[in-house]
Design a protein around this ligand. Sequence first.
Ligand SMILES: Cc1ncc(C[n+]2csc(CCOP(=O)(O)OP(=O)(O)O)c2C)c(N)n1
Length: 337
Amino acid sequence: MSTITENPTDLSPEQLIDAYRMMVNIRRVEERVGQAYQMKKFSGFCHLYIGQEAVAVAGCAAMRPEDHYIVAYRDHGQAMAKGVSAEAVVAELLGKKTGSTGGKGGSMHIFDLSKRFYGGWGIVGGQVPLAAGIGWAIKYKGLPEVCVCSMGEGSIHQGVFHEALNMASLWDLPVVFVCENNKYAMGTEMSRISAVSDLTLKAVSYGMDAATVDGQDFFACYKGMKEAIDRARERSRPTFLDVKTYRFRGHSMSDPGSYRSKEEVQQEQERDPIPGLGRALIQLGYATQAELDAIDAEARALAKASLEAAEAAPWPDDAAAFDHVYAEPLEPLEGHR
Ligand SMILES: Cc1ncc(C[n+]2csc(CCOP(=O)(O)OP(=O)(O)O)c2C)c(N)n1
């Protein structure tokens, strides 16, 4: 294991500790959520982000609050990294009124406009053209903002992925396409779906900058994301990132994971990004083990309190069933009165 002697980022020690805290919060909240699911406290789809935390947290550390973030259905941790509270995320999972989407979205549709977090899309690759649209709006309005779009590697052979990347490059849109390559699309391993193993080649035909990033190393993630975000903000150019990561849990709660060996999972867990960043903080002299332990204890308390609050929260009002179905106010179209 390598020793780190210098902070390789422009983040302050406090910001790095905050990033560590966020990764631990996400981990503990999701572990608690997983238990709650098994105890049938909620149902429906539930995809955990455990193992991939560094990607979202480093990405959000490189973003500004006014930047936009749109993701797929494995979205609890990404929402928290962008500033959605653990309470709002957990309440959403339980379908409660206090959830980020008023209890109507559930696990796959965490959404918070005030944080510029646009969810939470269940159709594989569905968010990719939407990201290009957000990028187009940013450019049209001449704003110094960036849209970051996360997707799984299962998205990259969808037609919309290629249409969106082509348009983003052709029109110089400030979008960062982040492929969270966790090796498996449900039970299908990467090599069974892609004719090439170097996914950055996907960006070549669109004349787009691309890079491969180690998603289990917070510092590498931050560097890759920062370069791409700066390129988008300063030169309005898109980037494609192939971020090599790994999910420690099954695809969803109903996946026994029989397509991969225990040894493989164990080997990947040795590269868990959370202890990795923890060790670096100690080596840099930014934190002691006792301080990291305190962060962990607080995260466990946050997870427990979030679930208790969600259980005690009210259900959405019946009348709310018709809210947000149509854009409001609904003006009749010209000639259709
Ligand atoms: C268009 C479409 N096809 C199939 C599905 C079913 N499906 C849900 S998740 C998934 C796997 C996607 O894997 P990946 O994009 O790698 O993301 P990960 O789950 O690994 O985060 C599939 C095929 C879907 N939701 N949408």
